[in-house]
Write a protein that binds this ligand. Structure first.
Ligand code: DAH
Length: 341
């Protein structure tokens, strides 16, 4: 019996020490110490022992049970630690792993052009102004010398909010001239880019919303020569040195005299091609000397001060610079288009 217990001791201690999981450990406990287990099986044979041997064997059996239980408990603890360790390792952050690449977007091509123009004017001491897109007709038209009968005021041309035609989506950035002259002290140098709205059907060159950049300079002794020099400089910066310009007489209610600025077509050098629609020239902006009535309306004495102003379409400029053939591409935000810039 003693031998049997010794064998059980050796076999069980070794099996427990090799058990690789909690489940297996539990199986071993049942196998060795359970009600139908091996130790119980040995103890059943106690009846065959003499009265002197019985307590000695009983004590040995108790010691064996305690030792196997102790071995199981130690193994359980060891397995628990290993399990925890493995879990911690699995969950550990590896800070040396390369990070997932973040896909950064980039500036919209139209805003690239806008930033280029802003930079030129900031370099000349201009202040960048942001103004309301919902405007009073007083600012969009009246104070710009466009009275009741002006065709741009028509309901088929303009988005009005009210029946009395007093509140509207601005049709041009020119009202920013008035805001600037009413709030700034002289001399005034401002550049006001922003959205404008007209009741235009969408096609390759029209959109009911587009962008303009307004420029205004008011001081003593400002002349048309200053306007021409400034705009020529801007054109050279955008379209390259030596770009030929033409100041063509035009009419705007809020400037006198007024003109449009054309650049000679850079594609054909003025001969006429599809880019310039056979004209040899491409219209870039409207400009002129601020009308004395407009100055006076803003409390500026036209006998003392004079100024020039211009307004240009930003989309058209971007289309020219990036050879974009359809205005709609600029607003659709199709990644296949935007990724090209
Ligand atoms: N606001 C005019 C337009 O939308 C453009 C313009 C012309 C602006 C002459 C000006 C200017 O400042 O002097 O057609």
């Amino acid at each position: 019996m003693k031998d049997m217990m010794q064998k059980l001791r050796e076999a069980s201690i070794e099996a427990v020490a090799r058990a690789e999981s909690m489940e297996l450990l539990e199986e071993l406990r049942v196998r060795y110490l359970g009600k139908k287990g091996e130790l119980t099986g040995i103890l059943r044979q106690m009846g065959a022992l003499s009265a002197e041997e019985r307590p000695v064997m009983g004590q040995l059996a108790n010691q064996l049970r305690a030792d196997i239980e102790g071995a199981i408990e130690r193994r359980r603890q060891r397995l628990g630690e290993a399990l925890l360790e493995r879990k911690l390792q699995q969950e550990a952050l590896d800070v040396t792993m390369p990070a997932k690449a973040v896909r950064l977007g980039h500036k919209h091509p139209m805003y690239n052009v806008l930033d280029q123009i802003k930079e030129i004017f900031i370099g000349m001491g201009f202040e960048i102004l942001d103004g309301p897109e919902v405007e009073l007709s007083e600012y969009n038209f009246d104070k710009l010398n466009s009275d009741e009968g002006h065709p741009a005021r028509d309901w088929t041309d303009t988005f009005y909010f009210t029946e009395d035609s007093r509140i509207l989506l601005r049709t041009q950035t020119s009202p920013m001239q008035i805001h600037a002259m009413e709030t700034r002290s002289l001399p005034i140098r401002v550049l006001a880019p922003g959205r404008v709205y007209r009741k235009d059907e969408v096609d390759a060159t029209h959109s009911p919303m587009f962008h303009q950049i307004e420029g205004l300079f008011v001081d003593k002794g400002v002349t048309m020569a200053d306007l021409k020099a400034t705009l020529n400089l801007v054109v050279e910066k955008i379209y390259g040195k030596g770009t030929v310009t033409r100041f063509r007489p035009h009419h705007f209610p809020f400037t006198e005299p007024s003109c449009e600025l054309d650049i000679q077509c850079h594609k054909c050098g003025g001969k006429g091609c599809p880019t310039c629609k056979g004209q040899g020239w491409i219209e870039v902006l409207g400009a002129g000397m601020v009308h004395p009535k407009v100055l006076a309306g803003c409390g500026i004495d036209p006998e003392v001060y004079s100024g020039w102003a211009f307004g240009m379409g930003l989309e058209r400029l971007a289309m020219g610079e990036y050879k974009i053939t359809d205005l709609r591409l600029i607003f659709e935000n199709d990644e296949r288009f935007l990724q090209q810039f």
